[in-house]
Design a protein around this ligand. Structure first.
Ligand code: AMP
Ligand code: ZN
Length: 437
């Protein structure tokens, strides 16, 4: 390890576009060949008459059918594996709201590569072996726990598996161990800061914090800025997904100009979710990922349901790995209210622009007298009993929300600490509407 190097893996990070594409084609061909060992893919290929030798260029990826979450459910638990189970050393599972959960299998090589990918991300934002990395995310089946644990260890940082919750203990660790970097979901970071305030801890004065990895859930640029201002740190967006391994798939560099998705590990496509045709760079579509170095359970053209767009394929940081915009949300997060499509992140973006508001909010959809309504509850930064002032604020929030989402929601200002906080991914929407058949 060369501490001074910009890159942890210069042989992959610093490739030109042409070199990257050459590597991608080699790895795609090997992956498709390897998928012949998976009962699922073997049957799929037979159905559509695809042979591994049909993949002669990167464009030929379009000959391969898409894989969906439903495919993972249908083959639950092990029907997607491309290696015998005896070669697998770990599985992760993500629970769905309906039906079978999905299972992702890993060989030892998969785990090693995953740790390498996470280490590469952390190195990219300046972490080195003399850093103290506190992982304040859930452990267990959620990949943000073990994924960052092994990644930070691989980098050589002193790694603290603090897990999520118990904020007083987290703060004690941060102070006592000299924690310089934290990984957590953004909604938990704001909670942690609130407890710091209550305890009279000033992160700038009393801690050595400098870098945060925030991710696993959609959040706005405004939310990131708030976190950076609150803690006096740089906060980098981290994209992960269990089906691809977990964290380490996409991460911002110091330029903070989008997420670099590692193209030696994945082929990135952005498609129109209706027609499934590619959309031009800059246009929003569904992210589709193909794994290029996974052994136990490679996935071809996996429809992530996440909506984003390509921002660029080069970067002032010197990495030519594709840059994607922060996720707008998942297509299944989209609320349709009175015929208007709304993403929670649009509401967050507006709320975070008001200094009077804290960071926690909850959107509730209801049917009242046959009308569908939205209520946005949001916590106030400071207690205020000036009713007229609060009314004015409420009115202004409603006006700004209407400009953004084209509907006027009810707005309720509530005292700080009254809305539910989850230790894992935040629940932002509760849908209590009547469903008419
Ligand atoms: P899981 O596999 O349970 O960890 O969930 C993966 C999903 O979390 C992704 O498909 C995204 O919808 C969401 N997600 C992960 N990281 C981010 C991020 N940085 N920004 C927005 N959404 C994210
Ligand atoms: Zn960059």
């Amino acid at each position: 390890m060369d501490y001074k190097s910009e890159y942890l893996h210069p042989q992959y990070e610093a490739l030109s576009r042409e070199e990257l594409q050459k590597l991608q084609l080699e790895r795609l061909q090997a992956t498709v060949q390897h998928c012949m060992n998976s009962p699922f893919y073997k049957a799929r290929f037979e159905q559509c008459g695809l042979k591994p030798e049909d993949i002669q260029s990167l464009d030929d990826i379009r000959k391969i059918p898409f894989t969906t979450k439903q495919d993972l459910r249908d083959t639950y638990p092990f029907g997607m594996a491309s290696v015998p189970l005896t070669k697998c050393v770990r599985l992760h599972s993500s629970s769905g709201t309906t039906g079978n959960p999905t299972v992702i299998l890993h060989t030892q090589k998969d785990l090693d590569e995953w740790a390498n990918a996470v280490a590469r991300c952390l190195w990219m934002v300046g972490l080195r072996p003399d850093d103290v990395f506190q992982n304040s995310s859930g452990y267990g089946m959620f990949t943000g726990g073990l994924g960052f644990q092994y990644g930070a260890e691989r980098l050589g940082a002193l790694t603290v598996p603090a897990a999520a919750g118990n904020s007083l203990r987290q703060i004690k660790f941060i102070k006592d161990f000299g924690t310089t970097a934290i990984h957590a979901v953004p909604s938990y970071v704001t909670r942690l800061y609130e407890v710091m305030q209550q305890e009279g801890v000033d992160p700038r004065r009393d801690t050595k914090l400098k870098v945060l990895a925030i991710g696993a859930e959609p959040h706005s640029e405004e939310q990131r800025k708030r976190i950076e201002d609150m803690l006096g740190v740089k906060a980098y967006n981290s994209f992960g997904m269990s089906e691809m391994c977990g964290p380490g798939v996409g991460f911002e560099c110091k330029e903070q100009n989008g997420l670099h998705f590692w193209e030696d590990y994945y082929i990135v496509e952005i498609v129109d979710p209706e027609t499934l045709e590619p959309v031009p760079d800059g246009e929003i579509g569904e992210l589709v990922l193909t794994t290029l170095n996974r052994e136990a359970m490679p996935l071809l053209r996996y429809r992530t349901r996440d909506l984003t767009r390509v921002l660029g394929r080069t970067c002032p940081c010197g990495r030519n790995h594709i840059r994607l915009d922060r996720m707008k949300g998942r297509s299944d997060d989209m609320m349709v209210l009175r015929g208007v499509n709304i993403f929670p992140i649009q509401i967050e973006k507006i709320l975070m622009q008001f200094d009077e508001l804290a960071s926690n909010y909850l959107i509730t959809l209801t049917t009242d007298d046959d009308n569908d309504n939205m209520t946005v509850e949001v916590e106030l930064e400071k207690f205020d009993d000036d009713y007229a002032k609060l009314q004015k604020l409420e009115k202004e929030i409603r006006r700004r929300l209407k400009d953004e989402i084209l509907l006027t929601p009810f707005v309720k200002l509530v005292p700080k600490g009254t809305l539910p906080v989850s230790e894992g991914k935040a629940v932002r929407v509760v849908d209590k509407r009547k469903v008419y058949q």
